[in-house]
Every structure is written in C-alpha cells, then in structure tokens.
Design a protein around this ligand. Structure first.
Ligand SMILES: Nc1ncnc2c1ncn2[C@@H]1O[C@H](COP(=O)(O)OP(=O)(O)OP(=O)(O)O)[C@@H](O)[C@H]1O
Ligand SMILES: [Mg+2]
Length: 270
C-alpha cells in the first residue's frame, strides 16, 4: 500500500546501478500503484530506460531491491523471471518488430512461444489485439510496409498479447504525428480505465504526460528530483524540475554531457 491507500504494483527501494565506474541510477525509490498511470520524466541520458530494464529484470541493481506484486524480481530463477515477465508488457523505445515476418505473425509470436493454444484460438486473439489498436486491416502487411506510428501500435498489440497487468511504455510519443499521439493517449487511457491496467510511461513529452499522469516522477542524473501529481510538479520549487517542465535549454541541468575540457581534446589530436 502507498500513502494514499492504493495497492502497490511495483516498489523500487533504494536502487543503485552502475556501468563500470559510471553511476546510472543513484539510490532511486519509486512506488507504482496498481491500476494507475505513473509517468517517469526527465532529460535524455538520465537513466529512465535503465529503470524500466531494472524493473523487467534485464539488469541487476548493485544496491536495493525491486518488488513486483511483492516478489523480489532479482531473486527469481531465470525460469521464474520469464514467467513473471508474461505479466509485464514492455513497449521499447523503438518498435522492435521482427522485420522478416508479417504483422499477424509478430502479434501471434507470444502465443506460439508461451502457450499451447490452437491455430484457431491464436487467429481470433491476434485479430482481437489488432482491433484494440485499430489495425486489424494491416494484419497481412510486413513491418517495412508500416509507418512509424503503425509499427508502434502493432508493437503495443504484441505487448498486449498475454494480457499483462502492467504495461511499460518507453518514449511512446517520439517521432509521432499529432493524430497518432492522440490515438496513443486514447489507447493508454482505455487500457487503464477499462481494463484497470497499471501503466508506466517514460517520456520527455511534458504536455502529453501531464494529460495522462496520475502521479509523476522527475529524474535527472540518475536521481529522483521531484514527485507528485501534475499540480505538485507544476508548483515545484526545484530548479531542475522547473527547467525541465518549462523546456529551458540551460540551467540547473547542463546542456553538455560530462567531458574533458575542449582545449585538451584539440591538443590531443594525433
Ligand atoms: N547498455 C549500456 N551500456 C553502457 N551504458 C549505458 C547502457 N545503457 C545506458 N547507458 C548509459 O546510461 C545512461 C542512462 O541511459 P538511459 O538509456 O537509461 O537514459 P534515458 O533517460 O532513457 O535517455 P533517453 O531519454 O535518451 O532515452 C546514459 O548515460 C547511457 O550512456
Ligand atoms: Mg530512454
């Protein structure tokens, strides 16, 4: 349970993660309530996708723990992890469809891989998932015949195949036209309101996230800088948070990725 009495789907408790000597997540704690839309926002390269990969068990924290429905993800055997991942749908930053098989076969893949369903059953379920994203008519196309927005919706249909209780969307709006953004927002709202799905959205699109979020976390430099409802975040006194939500190019968050002085790079030319 969180402080507002909601059941917790995911609890990230004091998680740190490093890649060699680079600290990517620094003592992060998040609560993802069941049946709500939680948004993680922050500038590029700040560790947002890394948090999703830690939740999905693709990465292991150096410190802290992550509970999914009270189960410690990183204490599971590989077989148990694969089973629990069926509960989690992940939409990658790229659509990541299999390029050499049709839309139908992409969406059918999880059923063929994880279940013993009959051909007929798979046929009906694939059509249902494609109907949810409005692309049943694109069933026989190959991925290279899809627009970027269509590919993303097919990837959502595939992620929905096994009826996960949690969906994680990594940068769902990037590179999409305003109509597709509107369709994606409506789809996420429906998954949440009609099916009661828990949703995590990782994004830097402030406007879209403010429309959708029940609760937001703002990350920068591998840390959580602010959290709360849209109103809380808008009223935040934190300079980093204000710089981010108001889109100021420079401020508390530097524009430049850490580097040695430019003069040294010039002098070191061989
Ligand atoms: N597999 C990896 N190996 C080494 N470093 C990585 C790896 N993945 C991410 N990083 C580093 O971790 C940091 C955080 O990356 P991450 O992808 O989590 O950022 P992000 O907030 O999702 O950024 P964006 O908004 O651009 O997608 C970056 O500095 C990146 O260079
Ligand atoms: Mg990312």
């Amino acid at each position: 349970m969180d402080d507002n009495g909601h059941k917790t789907c995911i609890s990230v408790d004091g998680v740190s993660y490093s890649w060699f000597d680079k600290q990517i997540c620094n003592n992060i704690s998040l609560k993802i309530p069941k049946g709500k839309i939680t948004v993680i926002m922050g500038p590029s390269g700040t560790g947002k996708t890394t948090v999703l990969r830690l939740i999905g068990g693709q990465l292991y924290p150096a410190k802290g723990r992550i509970l999914f429905n009270d189960v410690d993800i990183h204490k599971l055997s590989y077989k148990e992890l694969l089973k629990i991942r069926e509960e989690m749908g992940l939409l990658f930053q790229s659509a990541a469809l299999f390029s050499n098989i049709s839309v139908f076969d992409n969406v059918a893949f999880p059923y063929r891989e994880h279940t013993n369903m009959s051909k007929e059953m798979i046929y009906h379920l694939v059509n249902m998932k494609l109907e949810v994203v409005g692309l049943r008519g694109a069933r026989d196309l190959m991925p290279n015949e899809l627009s970027g927005g269509m590919a993303r919706r097919i990837a959502i249909a595939r992620a929905l195949a096994l009826d996960p209780s949690l969906m994680m969307f990594d940068e769902p709006f990037v590179g999409q036209d305003p109509i597709t953004v509107g369709i994606l927002i409506k789809l996420m709202e429906q998954l949440n309101k009609i099916l009661g799905m828990t949703i995590i959205i990782v994004s830097h699109d402030v406007e879209e996230c403010f429309k959708l979020a029940d609760y937001l976390y703002i990350m920068s430099g591998g840390k959580i800088l602010g959290e709360g409802t849209v109103q809380d975040i808008q009223g935040s006194k934190n300079g980093h948070v204000q710089q981010f939500i108001n889109g100021k190019p420079d401020g508390a968050i530097p524009f430049h990725y850490t580097a040695q002085p430019f003069s040294e790079d010039i002098l070191n030319v061989c």
